[in-house]
Design a binder for this molecule. Structure first.
Ligand code: NAD
Ligand code: USQ
Length: 382
């Protein structure tokens, strides 16, 4: 299949590009490389050194014999995006290309506005481009479990059937997102749903949980193909951060009580889920929503798991409860349905102590690149 991967230089996008290319798909990337600029802005860096995008695709061609075309530009630049769609004529478009950090979106007004414009306008341009140039293409859009928030009822996959005053309807599941970033994903979902209803586009919204792990078979196969590993308090995410904190001899930074429960998924399963959505497309006019995670954990459970495995590597890790920089429930009900991708054939890789030990080992290898001064949270929600 001809597949366009928007955001193909990022943490989820790059492994997806390699996996789809390895499976024989004809893959092209759109990326503005802005994520690399945010590292410069924030004084941060990936724990694993990452090659430039031209170096990455050149090495992939040497290793695999497969070509991945790159289009460097911004999704908010409509003329650029239309030109790419016209030239590539993709049958499927995987859209990762957004500002994805909740803390980054909460730094101040400018970062909130930037995040929402970048994400919502980029996705709108893509929707108009699909309508005009490739109306049959299947849009696979990365959403997030955080769109739903933490309601006191089970979370369904996108829709809920409600009986109200004697009448029944199946409606989008209520959304209570927890940051300006998460709100941008809700706005995207509404826009995509509208375009499916009105123009007959076919879309799958993958409401993904927090991704952990770093490498996939392809990214680990050569140092030039390594994936990015974010560890700082703005772009780093829960489990991956605890791993690096344990290696740095830093307290594991559980925010508040740590009862915040989320869906989690390994990066290897992320790429497989995207592939499954690609192989089983939505129908024209259908806005399909899959909850893309494999297990749910509380933040405290994850920190305790890392602390329990750390001694295997002669590391001593201590769990600390920091004042929570975010406004969120720290003790709550959480049960989210996630069967659609399993029904399509996903065989989840579950978190086990050997994987935690492997990640600790990886962080030990690159421990001279840990920026200890960037581990404590600095962005407050209030
Ligand atoms: P990332 O920041 O590593 O990658 C995003 C890529 O998109 C970057 O390479 C960036 O340069 C590019 N990009 C951003 N805005 C762009 C624009 N306007 N034009 C062109 N390129 C642009 O993020 P990630 O972790 O790979 O996340 C990818 C997607 O998955 C995001 O949409 C995110 O919301 C979603 N997601 C991520 C996680 C996670 O834990 N990482 C969990 C759930 C959902
Ligand atoms: N947390 C800690 N300590 C830390 C980091 C986080 O206790 O050091 C807590 C947070 O307060 C939050 C939970 O862990 O309750 C998750 O935070 P996170 O930073 O790991 O992830 P989050 O901000 O939710 O965002 C990440 C990705 C985002 C994606 C989202 C999926 O950055 O792109 O959309 O995970 S979800 O959480 O399902 O919305």
């Amino acid at each position: 299949m001809r597949v366009l991967v928007c955001g193909g230089d990022g943490f989820c996008g790059w492994p997806t590009v390699l996996h789809l290319s390895a499976q024989g798909h004809d893959v092209a990337i759109v990326d503005s490389l802005v994520r690399r600029q945010w590292d410069v802005e924030l004084g941060t860096q990936s724990l694993l050194p990452i090659a430039t995008l031209p170096e990455r695709v050149a090495r992939w061609r040497e290793c695999s014999g497969r070509t991945v075309r790159c289009h460097i530009g911004d999704m908010t630049d409509a003329a650029f995006l239309m030109d790419v769609l016209r030239r590539e004529e993709p049958e499927a478009i995987v859209h990762f290309a957004e500002q994805r950090s909740a803390p980054y979106s909460m730094i101040d007004r400018q970062h909130a506005v930037f995040t929402q414009v970048n994400n919502v306008a980029g996705t709108l341009n893509l929707l108009y481009g699909i309508k005009e140039f490739v109306p049959q293409a299947h849009l696979i859009k990365l959403g997030t479990m955080g769109e739903y928030g933490t309601p006191n009822i089970d979370i369904e996959e996108g829709y809920i059937t409600i009986e109200h005053k004697g009448r029944t309807d199946t409606l989008p599941f209520p959304k209570q997102p927890g940051s300006m970033y998460h709100l941008s994903k809700v706005h995207d979902s509404h826009n995509i749903h509208f375009c499916c209803r009105v123009w007959g586009l076919a879309a799958t919204d993958l409401n993904q949980g927090v991704v952990y792990g770093v490498q996939t078979a392809e990214t680990a196969s050569d140092p030039v193909l390594y994936n990015r590993f974010d560890t700082d308090a703005i772009f780093g995410t829960a489990l991956n951060r605890f791993i690096v904190e344990a290696v740095a001899g830093h307290d594991l930074t559980v925010y508040g009580k740590g009862g915040q429960t989320r869906g989690f998924i390994q990066i290897a399963d992320t790429v497989r889920c995207v592939e499954l959505a690609l192989l089983h497309p939505a129908r024209p006019g259908e806005f399909r929503v899959f909850n893309q995670f494999t297990e749910q954990f509380s933040v405290l459970q994850l920190a305790e798991r890392v602390a329990a495995v750390a001694p295997r590597l002669r590391l001593r890790a201590r769990v600390a409860h920091l004042p929570n920089p975010r406004v969120e429930q720290e003790e709550h009900y959480y049960h989210a349905v996630h069967t659609a991708l399993i029904d399509l054939g996903l065989e989840p890789h579950l978190l086990d102590d050997d994987l935690v030990a492997d990640l600790l080992q990886l962080a030990v290898r690159f421990s001279d690149r840990i920026l200890a001064g960037k581990l404590l949270p600095t962005v407050l929600w209030r």
